[in-house]
Ligand binder design. Structure first.
Ligand code: BG6
Length: 489
């Protein structure tokens, strides 16, 4: 019989538990994907009974099977720093093992750190002190939520602390973007088809854009966000992860270490932006009205928008600009990666006339663009130039498209489902390795430092706009243009 498995969520009274974690565990349970015998314990500072906890995480529309599922959910009220709470937790977990016919302590344990980040080292201290990091037969693993540090130094310190207690293969640093189906499809698309990889380099690609646009503002998370900002909250993790998947070399095998070795290598090849160059390559913006949001300092200089140009110094990418852009309060929610290909060497054909192609400006023929649409309307499209009907030989853009929903008949499952399942089965491919987190912080820390010592405030932009005008100058300088999504399939 497999050892029973206990999942302990630290910070269980926070909204991640009810919004993401419990629904993900429920879906896995419903699909029969959870290990045979399992229990989950929410650990938090709010005094709740098991029943109160179950009610606090119950979806509004109660799904079928909920009562049976919820019987596996338990709650432990405790202090993160209180040794007695961990001793009581250890006893509870041992009792679960025994109730499932295993020796106390023989079960598997997955610890999910969803507390405020300054508490992560405290929980690790106490887990070790209570002996909860060691197992006799079963495994011990720890999932660490974001943010993983707030700069290079703090990320290093956090890695060092965690790795005193757990081995790297027991540590699962989460970036929920890696759990998104369409993010995993980046590698499937590149490496599962023989025709793209030969083109995937400086000889054929003119520039790459990665956009993560959100229409919402800070939505009640002001207290956290005002100390983070878009560079820490989005670029260091989600955007650099997307960049790594687009730009990495193919791994020799699809194993956690082989994939992550290649990601680390490419992140380490991002050219550092010198302090004096930050204003040239990085635009920071703040939406008008941000300072009036709850929890935001009235004179806050926190950025809610970043546009930046990165260079990757490898043989594959030398000379190819990577433009990254993310912001809150933009016109729509849209995450996509555009690969813009070089124009053919000779211009044989003119652009279609406005009558043949009413949309779009007159002028040069549009380049071929491959768009990997991460969300919403997950899919992939390739924009080509083709001849519209009629006399003459002119080019108008057409789209070849794949839509996730129409091909697979369902929306992509939530990222947390996949990530929890992988952590339960010990597969760390879609999690961030310690050196990877540090490589990403190395790329952004000089920018944070330059901003911290600058008097220049972020550029204001109106809510619902595509950000400050300075971002346009950034791409124009390289004879490129932003593609806010005119290329939808
Ligand atoms: C989180 C950030 O990591 O990602 C949020 O903290 C952001 O500020 C969110 O809104 C975006 O995630 P998604 O999956 O909605 O694109």
């Amino acid at each position: 019989m497999d050892a029973p498995t206990s999942v302990v969520i630290f910070g269980a009274s926070g909204d991640l538990t009810s919004r993401k974690l419990v629904p993900a565990i429920f879906s896995l349970w419903e699909a029969g994907a959870l290990p045979g015998e399992w229990e989950a314990v929410g650990f938090g500072r709010r005094p709740l009974s098991d029943d109160e906890f179950r009610r606090s995480v119950r979806p509004e529309a109660v799904p079928e099977g909920w009562a049976e599922f919820a019987a596996h959910l338990h709650y432990r009220h405790g202090g993160y720093d209180d040794p007695a709470s961990y001793e009581a937790l250890a006893e509870q977990l041992d009792a679960f093992d025994a109730s499932h016919g295993a020796e106390p302590g023989a079960g598997n344990r997955l610890y999910y750190l969803a507390t405020p980040p300054d508490v992560f080292p405290v929980v690790v201290d106490r887990l070790e002190e209570a002996g909860l990091h060691r197992g006799t037969i079963g495994w011990r693993r720890v999932i660490v939520e974001k943010p993983f540090g707030r700069d290079l130094e703090s990320a290093r310190a956090l890695n060092a602390r965690i790795l005193q207690t757990f081995r790297e293969d027991q540590v699962f640093r989460i970036d929920h973007y890696l759990g998104k189906e369409t993010v995993q499809n980046i590698l499937a698309f590149r490496l599962g088809n023989g025709i793209f990889e030969p083109l995937w380099n400086r000889n054929y690609i003119d520039y790459v854009q990665i956009l993560v646009a959100e229409s919402l503002g800070v939505e009640g998370r002001g207290g956290y966000y005002d100390h983070a900002g878009a560079l820490r909250d989005m670029v260091q993790n989600h955007l650099l992860q997307l960049l790594a998947l687009v730009a990495m070399e193919p791994p020799g095998t699809f194993t956690a270490d082989a994939v992550r070795n290649e990601k680390v290598k490419v992140l380490q090849c991002i050219r550092p932006i010198a302090p004096g160059e930050v204003d040239r390559y990085v635009v920071r913006g703040q939406y008008e009205g941000y300072r009036d949001e709850p929890g935001i300092a009235p004179d806050s200089t926190t950025e809610t928008y970043v546009a930046m140009q990165l260079a990757i110094d490898t043989w594959r990418w030398s000379g190819v600009p990577f433009f990254l852009r993310t912001g809150k309060a933009l016109p729509e929610r849209r995450t996509e990666i555009c690969i813009v290909f070089r124009q053919p060497p000779l211009t044989l054909f003119a652009k279609a006339t406005p009558a043949e192609q009413p949309e779009g400006p007159p002028g040069q023929v549009e380049p071929t663009v491959l768009t990997l649409r991460i969300q919403p309307d997950e899919g992939i499209s390739l924009r080509l130039g083709l001849k519209p009907p009629g006399a003459g030989m002119r080019l108008a853009p057409v789209q070849l498209g794949f839509s996730y929903r129409s091909r697979f008949g369902r929306d992509a499952p939530d990222a947390y489902e996949r990530l929890l399942l992988d952590a339960l089965s010990g597969d760390a491919t879609l999690f961030i390795r310690g050196d990877e987190a540090e490589a990403a912080w190395t790329a952004v820390t000089p920018i944070l430092e330059a901003w911290a010592s600058s008097d220049r405030a972020p550029e204001p932009y109106p809510e619902g706009s595509w950000g400050p005008a300075a971002a346009d100058a950034l791409v124009k300088e390289e004879h490129c243009e932003w593609r806010p999504g005119g290329d939808a399939a």
